[in-house]
Each structure stands twice: as structure tokens, then as C-alpha cells.
Design a protein around this ligand. Sequence first.
Ligand code: SAM
Length: 251
Amino acid sequence: MKDAGHLPPLRDPSFRRSAALLRAFLNEQQDPEHCYTLLARDAADQVQRYVPLKGRVVVDVGGGPGYFAREFRRRGAETYLFEPDSHELTLHGRRAPEGAVVADGYLLPLAEGVADVCFSSNVLEHVADPQTFLSEMVRVTRPGGLIYVSFTNWFSPWGGHEWAPWHYLGADRGRRRFERRTGRPAKHTVGENLFPIHVGTTLRRVRAREDIQVVSARARYWPVLPTLAPRIPVLREVVTWNLLLILRRCP
Ligand SMILES: C[S@@+](CC[C@H](N)C(=O)[O-])C[C@H]1O[C@@H](n2cnc3c(N)ncnc32)[C@H](O)[C@@H]1O
């Protein structure tokens, strides 16, 4: 099985990195292995800016088929993956990842404060109650531990997922258009497994909490000035594309 070890290092932020991620994403259907291996390597690099992974306990919530968990493990972390949908565990023809548990992110089968790093990539827009989901991530993180959470916000050009950018015309129209054009049922339905979530509201909510400190809020894939976009009211809802929050649980 391929791992990220064969990939050349990419500086973050840089045009080279963003272009490589975009190319991999555009080719995701044909080569999901490369796309998610690259994304996992990139996310692990981002985590390692704040905490060394070797020997740490990492919890991946909504980890799907386990590309990220595999990368954390490759770097020496003791890694556990929680995923409520058993089909997602074997996506892309993969074997269910090592250390995977079928469990919901709202109610993790973990004691309080066990994780050095609680990680969630592109899950928050798929849950109806992001505040409760985040509270559970905070609960399982040890005081002083790191929380990595990223999501695609609704007004992002990719907000409608497979039927983007037609979500700008409304969720129903976007979805119907996708089904008409492709002849395939859409994977996502608003209100069922995709929920509009916004940069401004999310930032206000995390900043208002007393149990976490916002270490960084950045546009995850931006090639330059990644912390600028999330600061610009209104415009941030479109240009951020995907918000990455690095949070620390207060001691
Ligand atoms: C777009 S996938 C992201 C998978 C992977 N984390 C990534 O970044 O490629 C969204 C994942 O969130 C999971 N998910 C949805 N609701 C969840 C919940 N309540 N708790 C945990 N995971 C959830 C889905 O089953 C799916 O695997």
C-alpha cells in the first residue's frame, strides 16, 4: 500500500503546495489514493507545527477510510479512528483501517482528556449540530492538547460538494441539476448529511468559549496569507473556501 513517504515535501503556504492539492483534488475520482494520501500528509505537517506526533495519542473523528489515521501512525502516533458510517471505512475499495471504531462523533466512546490531538477533517459541515460535535472533541482532548478541525463552509465555491457551484442557486436546484446532468443520485442532501455552516458564525462561537483558545484560524488550502481571508467579514464566506481551526483545550 502506498503511503505519503514517497511524496516530495511541500511548503505551506506556497503556490506549489496549493497547485498540487488542487490537481490531486481534480483527479480525486480517478485516483483517490493519491489525493487523500497527499491531503493526509499535508494535514499531518500542519499538526506537527504545533505538536510532535511521535508517541502522542491522536483521535481522528469522522476519519472515513483512514488515510489520515494511516499518516499519523506512520509518524509514530498512537492513532484511533471513529467513524459512524461503516461504508465509509471501506471506501475506494480499502480494508477497514486499523484501530477503527464505528462510533458517532457526538458521543465518542472515550474517557475525558485522553487525546493529545483530536483531529477532524471535513466533517463539521456534515453534522446537524456542530457545537455539540466540537464540545465532544474538546471533552476527549487533554487540557493543553490540540484540536484540529476543518470544514468547507456553505458559501465556499465547493460548499455544495458534488453539486457545487450550483448550490449558489439554492440547494434543491443545485442537487436536481447534478442528478439531471449525471444521471446519478447525489451523495449529499441538505438537512440530511450536509448542513450550511458559516465562517463568521463559527469563529464567533469558538471565540466565545471559555474551554478553548483559538491558536489559528486559516484558509486551509490558500497559497498566500492564509490567515487573512477568515478575517474579512462577508468576503470570507466565499474566499476562505475551507476553514481550518487550530484550537487548544484550556488547562
Ligand atoms: C467528507 S467525509 C471526510 C472524511 C475524511 N475525514 C476526510 O477528510 O477525507 C465526512 C465524514 O464525516 C463522517 N460523519 C458524518 N457525521 C458524523 C458524525 N456525527 N460523527 C463522526 N463522523 C461523521 C462521514 O461518515 C464521513 O466519513
